[in-house]
Design a protein around this ligand. Structure first.
Ligand code: SF4
Ligand code: SF4
Length: 341
């Protein structure tokens, strides 16, 4: 007897009207109407010939669907289905900091202390979002503090400084990256004119640092620019990321932040402060049970999102939500997707 099985790297999410199959191996996302769900289940349970007999009025549609799944390597045929058990959901018990966000406008913090606390917390990534032009001396000081700690990566989001010639600006950025390849720059507020020159290679960026530097046109005025959820920009994720999104909040799990006034928060845009960095330690805050409240708010617990076929793929936002700000289970405000449409 031949059985049809979904490849283990293909992960299913069922919504109210549609379902998605995330192909984590080939980085593809397939979306189907829920009317096809019974065919998918039937194919796996009874095989192709039996399901065609059972649903003979839909045979053409079923064969087309089967062909699509088979040619796109979503399903395979086997005589020994027991050799292919489903992947067990792994509960991630790793509690190290995944990401720290630090916002800067008018205050420069004590980065030696901050980075050493984040190193103690085994932080993977630090994102520094700068909302006004900073001198390269200040940026260099931040990077010098970073250079002594064992943190995988730092991303500096800075505006393009138009008071400095673009080549001088670029040279400074390149010099800093060449000191330490863990440093990445995301430069915003870049004019169309400059972007075109970068695109046409009139402004040459050294190939050795090409992946450490990115230019974008968008302007960033503050933390309020965060939280956009655009389904058309979703990209595929790994099995681990998919499972983490099923089990934990896809933004705030293992995240700690410092807002532009030095307040320690889950995210800089949130109201709740856990104390100021001048008097409170990140380590103490991060390890407190109350700080972790948002970590467990999965999309399955959020109104509307719990019915959405994209819930294990998209990002979440708990700072900007629809309705009552005190209700932590409302749909993200900046998502325009309607899973019921
Ligand atoms: S935020 Fe909610 S409704 Fe919007 S795409 Fe994600 S899961 Fe769907
Ligand atoms: S909760 Fe929203 S605003 Fe805060 S970091 Fe996450 S996406 Fe951004």
């Amino acid at each position: 007897m031949k059985y049809i099985k979904l490849y283990a790297y293909c992960l299913l999410t069922i919504g109210k009207k549609r379902f998605t199959i995330l192909d984590t191996l080939h980085n593809d996302i397939f979306i189907f109407e829920n009317s096809y769900l019974k065919y998918l289940e039937g194919l796996q349970k009874y095989g192709l010939s039996k399901i065609l007999e059972m649903e003979n009025h839909d045979s053409e549609q079923i064969v087309k669907f089967f062909d699509f799944l088979y040619t796109n390597k979503i399903i395979f045929i086997t005589e020994q289905p027991d050799l292919f058990p489903e992947i067990k959901q792994i509960r991630d018990t790793n509690t190290d900091v995944k990401k720290a966000i630090i916002d800067i406008r008018n205050k420069i913090f004590d980065f030696n202390t901050i980075f050493s606390q984040l190193e103690y917390l085994k932080c993977d990534l630090v994102e520094i979002r700068v909302f006004k032009s900073l001198s390269f001396d200040v940026i260099t000081n931040i990077i010098q503090s970073f250079s002594t700690v064992a943190i995988d990566k730092i991303i500096l989001l800075i505006p393009l400084n138009y008071e400095v010639d673009f080549y001088c600006f670029l040279n400074k950025v390149e010099e800093l990256i060449l000191l330490d390849y863990r440093i990445h720059f995301l430069i915003y507020n870049v004019s169309e004119h400059i972007l075109e020159k970068i695109e046409s290679k009139e402004f040459v960026i050294k190939s050795s640092i090409y992946f450490n530097i990115q230019f974008v046109k968008n302007s960033v005025t503050g933390c309020e620019n965060c939280g956009d959820i655009k389904p058309e920009k979703f990209f595929s994720s790994s099995i681990e990321e998919f499972m983490e999104k099923q089990l934990f909040n896809s933004c705030l799990n293992r995240q700690i932040s410092i807002d532009e006034n030095g307040e320690i928060k889950n995210c800089p845009s949130m109201q709740k402060s856990w104390g100021n960095i001048n008097v409170k330690s990140l380590i103490h805050t991060y390890n407190s049970k109350d700080f972790r409240f948002f970590w467990d708010i999965t999309k399955d617990k959020i109104e509307v999102c719990k019915d959405c076929e994209l819930r294990n793929l998209c990002h979440d936002c708990r700072a900007y939500t629809e309705g009552d700000a005190l209700d932590h289970y409302n749909k993200p405000l900046k998502c325009e997707y309607n899973p019921y449409a």
